[in-house]
Write a protein that binds this ligand. Structure first.
Ligand SMILES: [Zn+2]
Length: 227
């Protein structure tokens, strides 16, 4: 099993690693700082040695780094790896912003996605209850309150006993290892989440509600961007 360094330290942008396997353009490493697509968050891009990583996906107990064609990676080679930090940090800010949005809008979350420069959650709620200016004001209150975020691990059994910790119906927390990670924004939100988050809500900066739109009976979509 590969060591997934982003779980303990999402601020680690680079490290040394050893190539474990290469199949066409897909490289697996013994350890990685690359977050793979999942939980609504895009996979990281960056570099492995001198080669460009264009996307990152989940593998079987590992991470699949998709290289640009024409690379010369081979098993056993030691490499310096590096994510595109500016992009990842934006994803971390938007991801943490969605935790705030999920707390501001009091309704079940039916879906969500974090992109390069915008992110959305879908809610099972009536459209008239979603007021753009109110949501925006509350979000910016929370980002400017400088709240520290905290991550901790609990067992699958503890999670089963507390179903309220799984907030996003369509995005189940990563399981199968006997433990899951919780992300807490004290006084605001507590939920199981495997993504990458900023340390403090002040790092998110000012947010804007770009759009509120109906995407179906149980999906009222609120899209955020940086203001
Ligand atoms: Zn999260």
């Amino acid at each position: 099993m590969a060591e997934l360094l982003f779980r303990e330290d999402p601020y680690l942008a680079s490290c040394e690693a050893t190539v474990v396997s290469v199949q066409d353009n897909v490289v697996e490493l013994d350890r990685t700082v690359f977050y793979p697509l999942g939980g609504g968050q895009l996979g990281d891009t960056g570099r492995i040695g001198g080669w460009r990583v264009i996307d990152t996906r989940k593998g079987n107990e590992s991470v699949l780094h998709m290289l640009e064609p024409g690379h010369a990676a081979s098993p056993g080679v030691k490499v310096e790896i590096q994510i595109d930090w500016e992009r990842r940090h934006r994803l971390m800010r938007l991801h943490t912003a969605l935790h705030l949005l999920g707390a501001v809008v009091k309704a079940p979350v039916t879906g969500g996605r974090i992109g390069d420069d915008k992110a959305h959650l879908d809610f099972d709620i009536e459209m008239e209850k979603l007021v753009k200016d109110e949501i925006e004001a509350r979000l910016n209150e929370l980002t400017s309150s400088s709240l520290e975020t905290k991550a901790k691990w609990i067992t699958d059994a503890e999670l089963d006993a507390r179903p309220e910790l799984v907030k996003t119906m369509s995005v189940a927390p990563p399981r199968g290892e006997g433990r899951v990670r919780l992300l807490e924004i004290p006084g605001v939100d507590l939920q199981a989440c495997g993504g990458t988050h900023v340390r403090n809500t002040s790092e998110i900066g000012r947010l804007a509600v770009a759009r509120i739109r109906s995407e179906g009976k149980r999906n009222k979509r609120v899209t955020l961007t940086f203001a």
